[in-house]
Structure formats: C-alpha cells, structure tokens
Write a protein that binds this ligand. Structure first.
Ligand SMILES: *Cc1c(COP(=O)(O)O)cnc(C)c1O
Length: 395
C-alpha cells in the first residue's frame, strides 16, 4: 500500500528544502530596481557573503546562474587559452568543471584520488614539483564532492602547493558545502571559491557565487578568456547598482537570499556547521548499523573525509533502484540516486541546509522500513543508532 500522502520529503543533495521564510520573502511584487530598498538588500548580501566564506580580503561576485555559471565565471576571469589546469578528481564534479575549461581552450590534466578516498595531498605535491616550467596555472578541487560524498582536506592541499613552491591558483568548488561545512577561505589560503544558492544556502536554484582573493583578482588582469557578461571589471561596485548583476537584478532571489543569510547569521555560522555535523553523524551511524558484508556500506572509507552535507551509501547486493522507488512511491521520500560510476549501486541522502532531527530521523526511519519491507539484509537498527546519536548531541 502507499503511505505517501502528506508532505513529501525530498532528501536529494540539492536543490535542498527551502525554508518557508525564504519562500515568503521571495513572494512579493517587484520594487523599483533603481530604488534604495533593493540597494539596501543587495548591500546586506555583499556584507554577509564574504563572512560565510571566511573571506576578508577580496571581492564576491553574484551570477544569475546555477553552479555551472559560477564555474564559467571563475574560468573566464582568471585563465587564458593554452593555460593548463590540474583537476583533482575525487568523484565527479571537478572533472565536469575541468571539461568546461577545456571547452574554452584550456589544457586540463586530471589527477585521480584513490577510489572512495579524498585527494592525496602528497600526489598533488609530487605533480607540482614535476611541473618545472610552471605550466599549471590553476588547480580545481571540490570541497565536498556530491557524487562520492568525499570531503577533501583543503588546508592540506594548500600545504602541498606551498611545499612545492608552486604559483598555481587554488580554486575550490564549495557548491555542496558552503553553509554546511567549516570553511575559511583566507585562513586556508584559497585563491578562489565558488558556490550556488540551492544547496546549504537554502535558496532556489538561480544564483551562483564567486569569491575572488587577491591573486585571482590579479590573474583577471591578463586573462584572455574574459567575456562581457561575466567580466569582473564590468561588475563594478562604483557604478549603478544593476552593474553588480550585469543587468536587471534577480530581485526575488535577492530577497530570498537575504532572508537565508539572516537565518544563518541568527543561528550563528559555527552552530550551523555543528548542526550539520551532528545530523550527518546520525546518518553515518545509521548506515554503519545497517551495514553487512556484501550489503550496505558507506562509500567513503576514511571517516575524516566524510561530508557533512551529503552521504553516499553503497547498496551491494541490494537493488538501489527498487529501494528508491519504494521510498518515493509508497512513503513520500525522495532519495538521491547514485550518479556516475555509482548509478544503480548506491543512493545518496542530502543533509544540507534547512534540516533538523525530525527530517533526518524521518528519512532514516523510512529507508529502514523500506529495507525491511524488501527483506534486504541489514546488520542492526540504523534508526536506533541514529536516535542515540541525536540524543548525545541534544545533551
Ligand atoms: C550541485 C553541484 C554542482 C552543480 O551545480 P549546478 O547548480 O547544477 O550547476 C557542482 N559542484 C558541486 C560540488 C555540486 O554539489
């Protein structure tokens, strides 16, 4: 039978659940785009965005796009035809970002992380040491890879670059992780960071963000891939307000984003990160309880490299497609599917943004019920383990 009536829960790793407050803030008539009210909203956003990324020295840019648009803004403003980029693969997304650079005439080389593990900083150091001619101009890496749920150690990668005394720009994709995981752009020595609105930032898809530090801004001066729309120089803060957005502002999204950033500021960024960690722990202990040889298993081997925004679960002999179908059709829970190499062999639980124990325990309990209904092998009760984990966090 189907029990799916009621509010459906979409637990995919983005777009994530949008708070009612954000939706309400967006649902309004359009103000005068030349007026002071909208400028004030925009100014607030331009103050908050550097804070959530830990950037004090540099500039933030907002693109009216998804994350792919932020990738393109990063590429076109810093690189030139014939430059080389070292792409640090740990799942899927850095490679796709690299393919976009290749499309524009940038040479790319992919350095693969060991399977189910994060990028190895020693391998990065060795590759950069071998780059005698300093051909590599930038390094692309994803903080949380949303396919594998690997979280890379960005400070360790910075130390590897420094150990090789290599000048390449360090560019980090935080699309899945900004607002979910601790991130300190300046302190970690990151030159460029990017994100998008629809994951832990709790706003519908449609905004991309690029934080450019001093070295990225310097590279912009001689980049030859610059285009009119994404150009950082054209997006001046000194001229009319619309120039920040390359044209008419994405008005409704700006109201929604201001509301989401207010929610983050009110909760406190450190608390937001701690909440994500506590809820991600609950997911991980549940999966570990379900685990059996040949059955369910966490994809990421190294505990310190597991994302607090998304968890990828390998299903072994259990039919992942059937599990997802049962959850959505009969219980109102949409899970993320395995993507790339993991298609049909995994599912993913998004736990980013506007989430709390009822949502996480509800999702885990529903998955467990479906596993039992399918007569799938499970070790022990994941929901019992998750409940104890949440109880420890409440104490
Ligand atoms: C979602 C995601 C993307 C793609 O973002 P779009 O908004 O779909 O372009 C890129 N990188 C990471 C790490 C993501 O999680």
């Amino acid at each position: 039978m189907s029990l799916a009536g009621g509010r459906e829960h979409v637990a995919i790793p983005g777009p994530s659940v949008i708070p009612d407050r954000v939706l309400a803030a967006m649902h309004r008539s359009m103000p005068d785009i030349y007026g002071d009210e909208l400028l004030a909203v925009s100014d607030e956003i331009y103050v908050e965005l550097p804070r959530i990324a830990g950037m004090h020295d540099g500039r933030v840019f907002v693109t009216i796009s998804n994350g792919h648009g932020a990738w393109e803004m990063a590429i076109s403003n810093t690189l030139s035809r014939g430059d080389k980029v070292l792409v640090l693969e740990s799942g899927r997304f850095a490679v796709t970002w690299g393919e976009m650079a290749a499309f524009s005439g940038v040479k790319t080389e992919v350095l693969h992380a060991p399977e189910r593990r994060p990028v190895d900083p020693l391998a990065v150091e060795a590759r950069l040491r071998a780059d005698i001619t300093r051909e590599i101009k930038a390094i692309f890496v994803v903080y949380t890879d949303t396919a594998s749920s690997v979280m890379n150690d960005i400070p360790a990668i910075r130390r590897a670059i420094d150990a090789a005394v290599h000048p390449a720009l360090l560019m980090v994709d935080c699309i899945a992780s900004m607002g979910a995981e601790r991130y300190e752009m300046d302190a970690w020595g990151v030159d460029l960071t990017l994100a998008a609105s629809q994951k832990a930032l709790m706003v519908p898809p449609g905004l991309g963000f690029v934080w450019a530090g001093p070295r990225a801004l310097a590279a912009h001066r001689h980049a030859d891939l610059r285009t009119g729309y994404f150009d950082w120089t054209a997006r001046t803060l000194d001229g009319p307000h619309y120039l920040r957005y390359g044209g008419t502002m994405p008005v409704a999204h700006l109201y929604g984003l201001r509301e989401a950033l207010t929610m983050i500021r009110t909760e406190g960024l450190a608390n937001v990160w701690a909440r994500h960690a506590a809820l991600a722990d609950a997911v991980r202990v549940a999966v570990e309880a379900w685990a059996t040889p040949g059955g369910i298993e966490l994809n990421v081997v190294d505990p310190s490299a597991r994302s607090n925004a998304v968890t990828t679960v390998l299903t072994g002999s259990i039919d992942a497609t059937r599990l997802s179908e049962m959850c959505v059709a009969q219980a109102g829970l949409t899970l993320g599917t395995g993507i790339g190499d993991l298609a049909g062999r995994a599912f993913r639980i998004g736990h980013m943004g506007h989430i709390n124990p009822p949502m996480i325990l509800g999702a885990l309990g529903t998955i467990e019920a479906a596993l039992i209904a399918m007569e799938a092998p499970i070790g022990s009760s994941g929901i019992a383990a998750a409940t104890r984990s949440i109880a420890r966090a409440l104490r």
